[in-house]
Design a binder for this molecule. Structure first.
Ligand code: ISL
Length: 551
């Protein structure tokens, strides 16, 4: 079937399965738990789900280390559970996007086990093995990976090392090998044949590597980046997947593209080039750090956010489609982030939601975002499970300078902030489970939970419900041009979307006090369709106020 552009009217809800809902009370979320909450998602109004990996895995990186692409991890359930979930979603008009993690596998995948057991087997060339320097005493080069430290692990009893850009339990696949690409195409076909509606492609811009494997000039983080990000055959590989598999189904793909410039992104999502439908860029989530390194925190400024939104709204207009998000399973929560303040949780959450929902692109909502879940406020590394945080903690402990730079930051920016169990109600374990969960619940679950949100007409949940309803099928949001207005205010983000003589005007205040906005009145003609403070119609915006006018 030909690709259609249903994705332009999609609102996608991301589920992190181990933290969503636990049906069998083992402290770990599962597929049956997800099925039990589909009516909740329907009520919220989303029409698509992105499911983080549910495949068989030793779970070193919570499923982003896959040991069998054709099997469901037993704690999530069975393939029958999966089939039921998919049909129950489709029954409700909810599509499903799976996570495709094919830059690397788990070291427990049978390909890798065979590659190690017999260097002469064909599977040896499925991965990237290189001779170490100094007769195997030193790694093949000085590259460093995403979770800190060398990207090479020595094969015991051999002078060879294998490449892993993430943990050593995640060996990188060798995409130069056509058999590897054939395996990936088979995996995609298997899931598409089941009726899955697309893939979120994990770190897809890392799949092609420069083949010199030489040391690079040493850098603090990600040394060798130029060799493994946006490699020379990236577009060729994606076009091959598209031509041979993706184009045969009515599906969408969203590539996770770490360090993708706009120029690169345009190539990835230009429909004429037939690669990906859209990508996740991280420019906006990097507005509060230096050089894309979240441990190097920087003061957030609205003008920097405006700048990156402008860059992508103008940049992809007419030649590609944006994805829009403020949270995911790798990012800390947005409440209290991006210039907002936990003391104004509801106001801030609604304001940020408004800011990104009226932009051009497909919005994603991460589980719990719709009820304004907060960061976990970890007190010690012992409360954290994420392997990345532990790796960083070890690095910080072994290096005084880094230790000082990263002091306190690890707890604050840990990915586990977003991974605490979903807060369904105020019962013990927040209605997520009846058993102690795999990661501790955020203590505020007694007041911040779904039950409370559903009962409160003014809740963040109900606000998202309105936003979603308003935006699905709205031609101005889908097609309108983007124009910033009133940019002389440091803590105001205001813009118009214009289409066929109609317009939406969006005001988002990041001021923590009342602020008169001179020049606002002229945009306030027309109908006030949405706001987070009922009854305010003056040109004085209240703390974190947002308003949308239609005229
Ligand atoms: O989370 C990050 C930093 O804290 C990112 O650098 C992240 O590692 C990067 O965006 C890649 O993320 C994806 O691939 C990883 C996995 O751990 C992440 O959960 C996934 O989203 C390796 O598969």
């Amino acid at each position: 079937m030909k690709n259609t552009d249903w994705y332009k009217d999609a609102v996608i809800y991301q589920i992190y399965p181990r933290s969503f809902c636990d049906s069998n009370n083992d402290g770990f979320g599962d597929i049956k738990g997800i099925i039990s909450k589909l009516d909740y998602l329907k009520e919220l109004g989303v029409n698509c789900v992105w499911l983080s990996p549910i495949y068989d895995s030793p779970q070193q990186d919570n499923g982003y280390d896959i040991s069998d692409y054709y099997k469901i991890y037993h704690r999530f359930g069975t393939m029958d559970d999966f089939d039921l979930m998919l049909s129950e979603m489709h029954k409700r008009g909810i599509r499903l996007i799976m996570d495709l993690v094919v830059n690397h596998t788990s070291d427990q995948h049978h390909w890798f086990k065979k590659a190690i057991a017999d260097p002469k087997s064909k599977y040896h060339d499925y991965y990237i093995f290189k001779e170490g320097r100094k007769n195997g005493k030193k790694p093949p080069n000085n590259w460093t990976g995403f979770f800190g430290g060398t990207t090479w692990e020595k094969v015991s009893g051999s002078s060879e090392y294998y490449l892993h850009l993430f943990t050593k339990g995640q060996p990188d696949l060798n995409w130069e090998n056509p058999e590897v690409r054939k395996e990936v195409k088979d995996i995609m076909t298997f899931w598409f044949e089941k009726g899955v509606d697309g893939f979120r492609c994990d770190v897809i811009t890392l799949i092609s590597k420069k083949q010199d494997f030489k040391s690079r000039f040493p850098t603090l983080a990600l040394c060798g980046k130029d060799a493994f990000v946006n490699g020379p055959r990236l577009h060729e590989f994606l076009q091959e997947l598209n031509r041979e598999v993706i184009s045969k189904y009515d599906v969408m793909t969203v590539g996770e593209t770490v360090f993708s410039s706009l120029k690169e992104a345009k190539k990835l999502v230009d429909p004429k080039r037939k690669e990906l439908t859209m990508i996740f860029n991280f420019d906006h989530t990097d507005t509060d750090n230096h050089m894309g390194v979240k441990y190097l925190k920087k003061k957030f400024k609205v003008k920097n956010l405006r700048k990156v939104v402008r860059k992508w709204q103008y940049g992809l207009r007419g030649c590609g489609w944006n994805s829009l998000f403020i949270e995911n399973h790798d990012q800390r929560r947005s409440v209290g982030r991006f210039g907002t303040n936990e003391n104004y949780r509801k106001e801030g959450a609604k304001m940020l939601a408004t800011l990104y929902f009226f932009l051009q692109g497909t919005p994603f909502i991460y589980e719990g975002q719709e009820i304004g879940m907060t960061n976990a406020h970890f007190k010690s590394i012992d409360e954290i499970m994420d392997i990345e945080s532990h790796n960083m903690d070890n690095i910080a402990k072994s290096n005084r300078l880094l230790g000082m730079l990263m002091k306190d930051t690890i707890l604050e920016v840990s990915r586990d902030n977003a991974r605490t169990p979903m807060q369904w109600d105020d019962s013990e374990y927040a209605g997520f489970s009846k058993a102690k969960p795999w990661l501790r619940i955020t203590p505020n679950y007694k007041t911040i939970n779904v039950k409370e949100s559903l009962a409160d007409a003014d809740s963040i949940f109900h606000y998202y419900q309105k936003l979603i309803k308003f935006r699905i099928g709205n031609e101005i949001i889908k097609n309108g041009t983007y124009h910033e207005i009133l940019t002389n205010y440091k803590k105001l983000f205001a813009y118009q979307r214009i289409y066929k003589g109609k317009e939406l005007v969006v005001f988002c205040s990041f001021y923590q006090e009342d602020k008169r906005i001179k020049g606002m009145k002229k945009y306030m003609t027309g109908k006030l369709i949405l706001s987070n403070y009922e009854g305010n119609t003056s040109d004085i915006l209240k703390p974190y106020e947002c308003r949308v006018y239609y005229r």
